[in-house]
Write a protein that binds this ligand. Structure first.
Ligand SMILES: Cc1cc2nc3c(=O)[nH]c(=O)nc-3n(C[C@H](O)[C@H](O)[C@H](O)COP(=O)(O)OP(=O)(O)OC[C@H]3O[C@@H](n4cnc5c(N)ncnc54)[C@H](O)[C@@H]3O)c2cc1C
Length: 425
């Protein structure tokens, strides 16, 4: 029987080669753009704005990458969770097509930034494999393949045998490989964006929760415990981790939990599991993800497991290892962590106008690495250029019904029930 070492928390905190530290805001300053939130969206906005010569300040409540950006699976995908036709159906033909086209280039932007700024975040551009967990899942992938081919995406459909050879996983019915995609160490990427933004002239402040942000009719007045900023423009990029800010009315964001566990490094793992280095997730309603890191750890994730679940998490991981990778069923588990995903009911991200010259971008519904990088940058351009057209997402003037709390709770409760029943088998 394998003895798991004591869970050490978030693996990305332990393995990030990039370091970043910033002091809290104190005193006063005036900038062109104030950004609330130090994740991919806010940091990419800051990097883009500073690169254009704008004065920009980022205020982060905890540390850079504290939110979803420092906790995710690290799959850099093109497009959203919804397939292209679904995006057009929800947004309308023209707006949907525009967003699809923009997001198709999302991984290029991410991997270009990594290269240009020398970000040490374990980038691997070997593509991702969306794996079919059943015959029905394979039919869904065939439909996605058809839709993506219409957009000339470099996708390939693999049968069960080829998928098993590429992943080393048992019981997979096939997979959709997307060559545009890849994997990163997400916290290191967030820290690298922060470093690059600072090198470009952005001011970044950690341990600086924004308590209040008010539009005076001419400018924003943004207040933290020990300082304040006057800004011509404001970007709110707090997403699923928003802490209340007086003066900024955002919709309450229903969130679902996503849990991950990592094994200790397994000698020779790369010979058998994902020898090509792809990142994977599956078609299950209760989605499972799996990938390797550069140290040879196997990392498994699932939606719907509660934030603190003790043995439930370990039991789930053992079952998944037995089911997918029986040769590694006994691998010791060393790290366990979770994160919150903001889910819009239509699975499309939102850009919402705040009073005056302000925008909030949120609701990536589990696809935020490339979309957050791309939309953050575009939001900064739109704000500084006073031109909404620079965002490939329509700006809505008021809150919509995108966050159906009951729906997200229903999903979360359903996912937990499936995990609970699985645990009894
Ligand atoms: C477990 C998990 C797995 C995922 N897997 C993937 C994946 O593989 N691929 C993918 O593309 N996407 C994935 N996602 C989604 C992706 O991580 C997020 O969509 C993305 O990180 C959101 O970035 P963001 O910058 O908008 O928000 P966040 O990274 O959440 O940043 C928001 C920041 O705002 C700060 N903040 C909040 N309130 C205040 C305040 N009042 N003042 C100052 N600061 C404040 C928070 O501390 C936080 O750091 C996953 C998410 C999770 C949680």
């Amino acid at each position: 029987m394998t003895r798991d070492t004591a869970p050490k928390g978030n693996l990305w905190q332990a393995s990030a080669a990039e370091r970043f530290e910033a002091r809290p805001l104190s005193g006063t300053m005036t900038v062109d753009l104030a950004v609330i939130g130090g994740g991919f969206t806010g940091l990419s906005a800051a990097l883009g704005a500073a690169g254009q010569g704008a004065r920009v300040a980022v205020l982060e409540a905890r540390q850079v990458g504290h939110g979803g950006s420092g906790r995710n699976v690290g799959l850099v995908n093109a497009g959203l969770w919804l397939p292209p036709e679904g995006v057009r159906r929800v947004m309308g033909q023209e707006a949907g097509e525009r967003l699809n086209r923009a997001l198709a280039g999302g991984p290029d932007l991410v991997f270009d930034l990594i290269e240009r700024h020398g970000i040490a975040c374990e980038p691997q551009r070997a593509g991702t494999l969306h794996c079919a967990h059943s015959a029905r899942g394979l039919a869904d992938l065939e439909d996605r393949y058809r839709q993506m081919k219409v957009m000339n995406a470099p996708v390939t459909l693999l049968d069960g045998d080829r998928t098993q050879a590429r992943t080393g996983a048992r019981g997979v019915y096939g997979a959709l490989h997307d060559a545009r995609a890849g994997t990163i160490q997400p916290l290191a990427y967030a820290r690298g964006l922060a470093r690059a933004a600072r090198e470009a002239g952005a001011r970044i402040f950690e341990q600086s929760p924004v308590i209040e942000a008010r539009w005076s009719g001419r400018s924003w007045h943004v207040r933290t415990a020990e300082g304040s900023i006057t800004a011509r423009r404001l970007l709110n990029a707090t997403n699923a981790y928003q802490a209340p800010t007086e003066g900024v009315a955002l919709p309450a964001v229903p969130v679902v939990n996503f849990f991950q566990l990592a094994t200790e490094p397994v000698p020779g793992l790369a010979d058998k599991v994902l020898p090509g280095g792809e990142g994977c997730w599956d078609t299950g309603l209760i989605m499972t993800s799996f990938r390797r890191d550069l140290q040879g750890r196997l990392i498994l994730g699932a939606i719907g497991l509660p934030e603190r679940g003790g043995s439930l998490h370990h039991d789930w991981a053992r079952r998944k290892l037995r089911q997918l990778f029986p040769d590694h069923a006994g691998a010791a588990l060393s790290h366990a962590w979770s994160g919150r995903i903001s889910m819009t009911s239509d699975h499309v991200p939102k850009a919402m106008r705040l009073e005056g010259n302000g925008l909030a971008i949120f609701g990536y519904s589990g696809r935020g690495i490339a979309p957050g990088t791309l939309l953050g940058r575009a939001a900064a351009q739109a704000l500084l250029g006073d031109d909404d057209e620079m965002l490939p997402l329509p700006v809505t003037e008021r809150m919509g019904g995108w966050f159906s709390g009951s729906r997200s709770l229903y999903y979360e409760a359903g996912a937990r029930l499936v995990h609970f029943l699985g645990a009894r088998r």
